[in-house]
Design a binder for this molecule. Structure first.
Ligand code: C5P
Length: 223
């Protein structure tokens, strides 16, 4: 238990990658374990929020105390997120594939000896964070993530504006940081009030602190 400053509030969280089918057996995807998004969903629930977690394909367990919806594709993730509105809080952590295959094949594409590889035509996926950030039923607090390998603050700030978010949690995911797929994270919180750099923390600690930050912003009563 503990204090429940988010009691009576609803939250929608995205986590994991999306898989965009090429054919029934092949897909394109981003790298994402879902660890950070799942931890945030659990932390918001521990503070009393009623949480819907929309998860792409991951190998980790559904968090306790959360309603988890499993999806594969970005368009499915968008639909599930919009179905969860209205909500007080949105935290979009998923590593959504920017593109899907324009027309995925209904049958496995056969490799034909001597033939050139098939071309892949891509179509742009919906930007779920941007959709939520500009939605008529926009949650009171919209949080996005920014996985960057360079110019972390600058990219985070422009993302804040473009996507209509209140907060961008930016992290440096350069391979040498070990953040991708790892259990630790080092983030910067970029809001209109400025930048707050957090120390190296476990993903659970980042989730816990972020949930408390959200509770403070949204002015929970601590019922
Ligand atoms: O633009 P970029 O992908 O770097 O932005 C990252 C943020 O936007 C993350 O919060 C991610 O969950 C969200 N996003 C999204 N839908 C997309 C692309 C990114 O919700 N199609």
């Amino acid at each position: 238990s503990g204090p429940k400053p988010l009691a009576g509030m609803t939250a929608v969280v995205t986590s994991g990658p999306t898989h965009e089918p090429i054919d029934p057996v092949r897909y394109i995807a981003n790298r994402s374990s879902g660890k950070q998004g799942h931890a945030i969903a659990a932390a918001l629930a521990r503070l009393g929020a009623e949480v819907t977690l929309v998860s792409g394909p991951v190998t980790i367990a559904d968090p306790a105390g959360v309603r988890t919806q499993h999806v594969e594709r970005a368009e499915e993730m968008r639909d599930a997120v919009l179905s969860a509105l209205p909500a007080d809080i949105a935290v979009m952590v998923a590593a959504v594939a920017d593109w899907r295959v324009a027309s995925s094949a209904g049958q496995k594409i056969k490799k034909q000896p001597g033939e050139a590889p098939p071309p892949l035509e891509l179509a742009e996926n919906p930007d779920i964070l941007k959709t939520v950030g500009h939605h008529a039923q926009r949650p009171r607090l919209v949080v996005g993530f920014a996985a960057e390998t360079q110019n972390v603050e600058e990219n985070g700030r422009s993302k804040l504006e473009r996507k209509g978010a209140d907060l961008i949690v930016a992290n440096d995911v350069s391979p040498e940081t070990g953040i991708m797929g790892g259990d630790r994270n080092r983030v910067k919180l970029i809001s209109r009030d400025g930048v707050e750099a957090w120390p190296d923390l476990s993903k659970d600690e980042v989730a816990e602190r972020l949930a408390l930050w959200i509770a403070t912003q949204i002015g929970g009563t601590g019922a």
